[in-house]
Design a protein around this ligand. Structure first.
Ligand code: SF4
Length: 183
């Protein structure tokens, strides 16, 4: 599996301060895709054991709220087994950290995938150019944000207001925001 992006402290993709990883490869080819290079499964660099160890080390920092998995599309058949194993290991090691996952696939096609037992929040549906929007977490207004284990819509607008007051959510709890990064 290749990755085409990595951030050890990302404040844009998901709640709070997060480690973000962008998985290479996407066969959906949405018209107007913002990241055509990421369609190629060989784009970027190999996700090696060393990279994985760095990811776990970065996630162990107390100010990091969790992992965000983006792409490409992390749920491509070519990548899904490795991404599922990664999410499982992360959830077992850091049960209080959240995992957010972005996919261009439709909710009804992915909600029952085994990976969903390890993920907290999902942003799904293909990008549709005519519905392009400037939302914080997705590129077109047809896209959905929901809780992986129940399928219930996620109230991200409400949480965004809370985040603006310098608090972040970890699961059901809030705590003071203590990251040195600037948003
Ligand atoms: S799912 Fe995402 S990466 Fe894939 S084509 Fe659509 S917008 Fe681009």
């Amino acid at each position: 599996m290749n990755i085409c992006g990595y951030s050890s402290c990302d404040l844009a993709n998901g709640k709070g301060a997060r480690v973000s990883i962008f998985i290479s490869g996407c066969t959906l080819h949405c018209k107007g895709c913002f990241n055509v290079e990421s369609w190629n499964f060989d784009y970027g660099e190999k996700f090696t054991q060393e990279y994985k160890e760095k990811l776990f080390k970065d996630l162990s920092n107390s100010w990091i709220d969790g992992l965000s998995v983006l792409g490409g599309d992390p749920l491509e058949p070519q990548n899904i087994d490795e991404v599922t194993t990664l999410c499982k290991e992360i959830k077992e090691t850091f049960p209080n950290k959240t995992i957010w996952l972005w996919s261009g696939r439709k909710k009804e096609k992915i909600i029952d995938l085994p990976i969903m037992q390890y993920v907290d929040v999902v942003i799904s549906e293909p990008f549709i150019e005519k519905f392009k929007s400037s939302s914080k977490y997705f590129g077109s207004s047809n896209q959905k944000i929901w809780l992986a284990k129940t399928g219930v819509d996620y109230d991200y607008e409400n949480l965004y207001n809370i985040h603006a007051k310098k608090e972040v959510f970890v699961g059901e709890k809030t705590r003071g925001f203590d990251c040195g990064c600037e948003e």
